[in-house]
Write a protein that binds this ligand. Structure first.
Ligand SMILES: Nc1ncnc2c1ncn2[C@@H]1O[C@H](COP(=O)(O)OP(=O)(O)OP(=O)(O)O)[C@@H](O)[C@H]1O
Length: 349
């Protein structure tokens, strides 16, 4: 059942279009991740759903009802931001109970304990938020956002202020909490791993436009264009004969992660090392591969390589994606992929 419908939403600032005719549905209970580079319009889209932006065009519906003109506080959505925005001078439980007080709910303490348990902070109620770590503070912010049982939770980069390891752990917890509570959620991030760890479906935004929507596996395995592939961390895009040399079954363009191009004794093809940069587990290399051109690759620690060496190369299917035509019409022709992708430089040589 569709809960949220975004229909042709457009938002401009001083003549610059930040969100460009975005249409998107979110099902009840679904966690949708909006993923895109900085400045792609993700926050503006989220704020539009929240009711914090004036739309130049389009509508927002909730279970079919047009809420485009409904003020923020009457939408029944909760918002959570990168820095939690907790009251620093109050305790954890006072922070969590705040939306319950606003809503005039009684018996708040049982609910607060339940929420503390949910976010893994049982027993933290009396602590001051200033005594908590950044990760703990974001857990409190999440508990507070969920306190009044919002109809939908809108999260803007909720984990971005945390360090990498903590972010990975919290991403898993965030997904579990949203799923366990059946919360419909829209989640904005620029981090691919985070989007894929938290979301049921991922919507990719580039330059104000929605360019692909799919499950994490679909987006990962079949990026809709060279531009999307590049944003997802694929470093090389190949087409035509070069693509078929790497992936004989490919009918169109393919994208390769550096990890898919491996320097190996007796590899299926030979290459010349253009550049070799030491990495923790060996080296990152730039290779001029026969009949393909220059590609990024990796060399294991056991096989030292230097610029000028001639080496064998094998391709690892795990890091290779066939570019698809995205369901939104971001069609990838076998010709022209290079046009929007500097990553293919050399690939046509
Ligand atoms: N209030 C505003 N006034 C003017 N321009 C704005 C305003 N808010 C956003 N923009 C512009 O709109 C574009 C999209 O911004 P937005 O914050 O939505 O992107 P984003 O994808 O969320 O980026 P980030 O990940 O860096 O937050 C940017 O070019 C930004 O400068």
């Amino acid at each position: 059942m569709t809960a949220l419908s975004v229909e042709g939403v457009t938002v401009s600032f001083d003549g610059t279009t930040a969100v460009d005719a975005v249409t998107l549905d979110v099902a009840a209970g679904e966690v949708l991740g909006i993923l895109g580079p900085s400045g792609s319009g993700k926050s503006t889209l989220l704020r539009s759903v929240a009711g914090l932006e004036r739309l130049d065009a389009g509508r927002v519906r909730w279970h079919g009802d047009d809420i485009t003109a409904l003020p923020v506080h009457r939408r029944g959505f909760a918002l959570m931001f990168q820095d939690g925005q907790l009251f620093p001078h109050r305790t954890v439980e006072e922070n969590i109970a705040y939306p319950l007080r606003i809503a005039g709910e009684r018996g708040g303490s049982g609910r607060v304990d339940e929420l503390l348990e949910l976010v893994g902070l049982a027993g933290f109620g009396r602590r001051r938020v200033t005594e908590l770590s950044g990760g703990e503070q974001q857990r409190v912010a999440l508990a507070r956002s969920l306190a009044a049982r919002p109809r939908m939770l809108l999260l803007d980069e909720p984990l971005s202020a945390l360090d990498r390891e903590l972010r990975e752990r919290l991403a898993g917890d965030l997904r579990r909490i949203l799923v366990d509570t059946g919360t419909t959620a829209v989640f904005v991030t620029h981090d691919q791993d985070e989007a894929f760890a938290v979301s049921d479906r991922v919507a990719v935004m580039i330059a104000g436009r929605l360019v692909q929507v799919g499950t994490p596996a679909e987006v990962w395995r079949r990026p809709g264009s060279a531009q999307i592939a590049r944003f997802l961390g694929y470093t090389t895009v190949l087409e035509g004969a070069a693509a078929r040399l790497v992936d004989p079954g490919a009918s169109g363009a393919i994208a390769l992660r550096a990890s898919a191009v491996v320097v190996a004794d007796g590899g299926q093809i030979t290459a010349r090392v253009v550049r070799s940069t030491p990495a923790v587990d060996g080296a990152r290399v730039r290779l001029a591969v026969d009949e393909i051109g220059e590609v990024d690759g990796v060399a294991g620690a056991g096989l030292p390589v230097a610029a000028g060496d001639v080496v064998g190369v094998r391709f690892d299917a795990v890091g290779i994606a066939r570019l698809g035509s995205s369901p939104l019409g971001g069609v990838v022709a076998s010709r022209g992929v290079a046009d929007d992708s500097p990553l293919v430089d050399g690939a046509r040589a």
